[in-house]
Structures are given as C-alpha cells and as structure tokens.
Design a protein around this ligand. Structure first.
Ligand code: ZN
Length: 308
C-alpha cells in the first residue's frame, strides 16, 4: 500500500516566540523551516517535524501576534494528535505538568492511551501511545529519544455528518475505514506516521470561530505530481468539487479544496522536501524565502517579530 495519509497540519498561533518555545523546548520537535506565509509574507510560516521534516511528521503555524483565540466548531479540525511509544505516556504526563501545560486525565480512545492537552494558544492536541511507534529520527531535541514524538498520529474532524467527507477520504485520498467508537469513525492510510483521520459526526453544533489555536487546513500526501493530478481529476469528475490549480510551496507542490464537510483540505507532494534550500544539519536556522520574495527580504525581515 502506498504512503497515504496526512502530509502536514497547519494552524494559526499567537506569539511566534511562544509558539517556537512550546513546540521545540516542551514537545521536543525540530524547527525544520523558518519561512513566511507565501500568501501573506509579513507573517511567519514555522514548520515543525522530525530530523528531515518527513511528510506525516509536520505541524506548521502562521503566528499572528495578539490574535484573538479561536473556538472549535463544525467543519473544523477538533484535535491534532502525535504518536509516542505506549510506555512513554507516563513520562509525558510529568513533562506537561512540569511545563504547566493544561492537560486532561488519561483516556483510552480506539484502544490507545490518549493524553489530551492544549498548547499556549489553546490548540487542542493529544499524545497517543502506540505499540508500533518505531524509532525516533530526531534525537537532537530536548526530549530523550526513547520518548520523543515520532510524528503525527492523526486528526479528528468535527462534522455535521460524516458520510460526504468519508467518501473523499476513501475514494480519493487512499484511506480506509478502520474502526468505529460512538459517534466517531476512524480511517487510516498506508503510512504509519500521520495515517489516521477520525470523523466525529455531531449533527447541529456551534459554528467555529477562526483564531489563534485554530487549524487552518490539513494536507494529505501525494507520492508525486502524477498521483496528485489523478486525485484532482477524481475530485472534479466523480465528486464535482472545485479545486485550485497547483501552487509551488517550495518544499512541496499543492492543490487545495473545501471538502463537503467544510474543512479546507490540501494535497501536497512528498517531494522535494526541506533540504532544497539548506542542508539537513542546518534546517530551520535561517529565514528562507522563495525566489519571488527574495528581492523583498529587507522589508520582510523588518516587519517580522524577532524569534530565537
Ligand atoms: Zn499546507
């Protein structure tokens, strides 16, 4: 089975410095790219992941200082979960207490120990203990390798009804239904890292409000341009959806569409990856701009807040 599942999750944050501190120091992720929002170059785009920023390990942010907090509602991502070894959940509970991070009591969801917590902007996160977490590929962080976050586990989407979204997951994005629990249905892709999408159908519910801590979109993997093109054709022809033209995101190439449940979906190519403009050893160390924005570097650096 090909590597299907999540490529990355992108959310809004408040303070860039606080966001960087939390994800690198508390959670031990690697900052794999410091760039700007290509559609709004006065705003950072910070990418966190494993050593090389493999697809499925990436959580990215647009930090906007003093942004009002968001509120999760239908048609949005409710929770973003990371994978850790099952035996590491206790270590993480202490870690979050030490860091003063708001967390809930341990629960079991789909048979897996799940520790729910929030980032400093109130974004809903979870650590999920799995038996097949695999080895950590980023060992240069602040968390011992045995406990390190392996990548994304998956996301939970809050929807009025699950069926139309499920059809896109299974018919276009390469996921299959794996389990049901209450009002939630879990779909999994071929990739272990970032392979899970859970749809929670809640009928009528409060609409969300976008703000700091809100997920802006989730991106799924396409092995290459040809695979992406085939997925776009299927979205348009079999599902009647409107899809953007391909956009060059420097580290991957993307298309975007609003899925029937209201969540903004992206399909991103695995290539070329983050080592295209700085060596793996130096990932995240410099402000990287795409060629089209490089002539404006001085003005861009002038408006961006200083982060470490
Ligand atoms: Zn994206």
């Amino acid at each position: 089975m090909s590597e299907t599942g999540l490529h990355h999750v992108t959310a809004f944050a408040g303070s860039a410095a606080r966001n960087l501190d939390f994800y690198t120091r508390v959670l031990g992720l690697r900052l794999v790219k410091k760039t700007v929002n290509f559609d709004d170059p006065g705003t950072y785009h910070l990418y966190y992941g494993d050593e090389t920023g493999r697809p499925g390990t990436l959580l990215t942010f647009f930090p906007i200082a003093h942004a009002a907090p968001g509120r999760v509602g239908i048609g949005e991502t409710q929770e973003t979960a990371f994978r850790v070894p099952r035996a590491s959940i206790g270590w993480w509970t202490h870690r979050l207490i030490e860091a003063g991070a708001a967390h809930e009591a341990l629960v079991h969801a789909f048979g897996e120990p799940t520790l729910r917590f929030r980032d400093p902007d109130g974004m809903m996160l979870a650590l999920v203990g799995t038996d097949d977490a695999g080895a950590a590929l980023w060992t240069g962080g602040t968390v011992p390798a045995e406990h390190a976050i392996r990548g994304l586990h998956g996301v939970t989407l809050l929807l009025a009804e699950a069926g139309p979204t499920a059809a896109i997951l299974t018919d276009v994005l390469g996921l299959t239904e794996a389990a049901r629990e209450g009002s939630a249905t879990r779909y999994v892709g071929g990739a272990a890292i970032g392979g899970s999408v859970t749809l929670r159908a809640v009928g009528g519910f409060l609409a969300g409000r976008t703000g700091a801590g809100s997920v802006h979109h989730i991106a799924f993997r396409a092995a290459d341009d040809a695979a992406q093109t085939a997925m776009v054709a299927r979205l348009r022809e079999a599902h009647g959806l409107s899809v953007t033209e391909q956009r060059d995101r420097q580290y991957f190439r993307s298309i975007y569409f609003r899925e029937p449940g209201g969540v903004l979906f992206e399909i991103a190519t695995d290539a070329p990856g983050f080592a295209i403009d700085e060596p793996v050893a130096a990932l995240g160390s410099g402000l990287k701009l795409p060629p089209g924005l490089e002539p404006h570097r001085a003005q861009i650096e002038d408006v961006l807040p200083k982060v470490a």
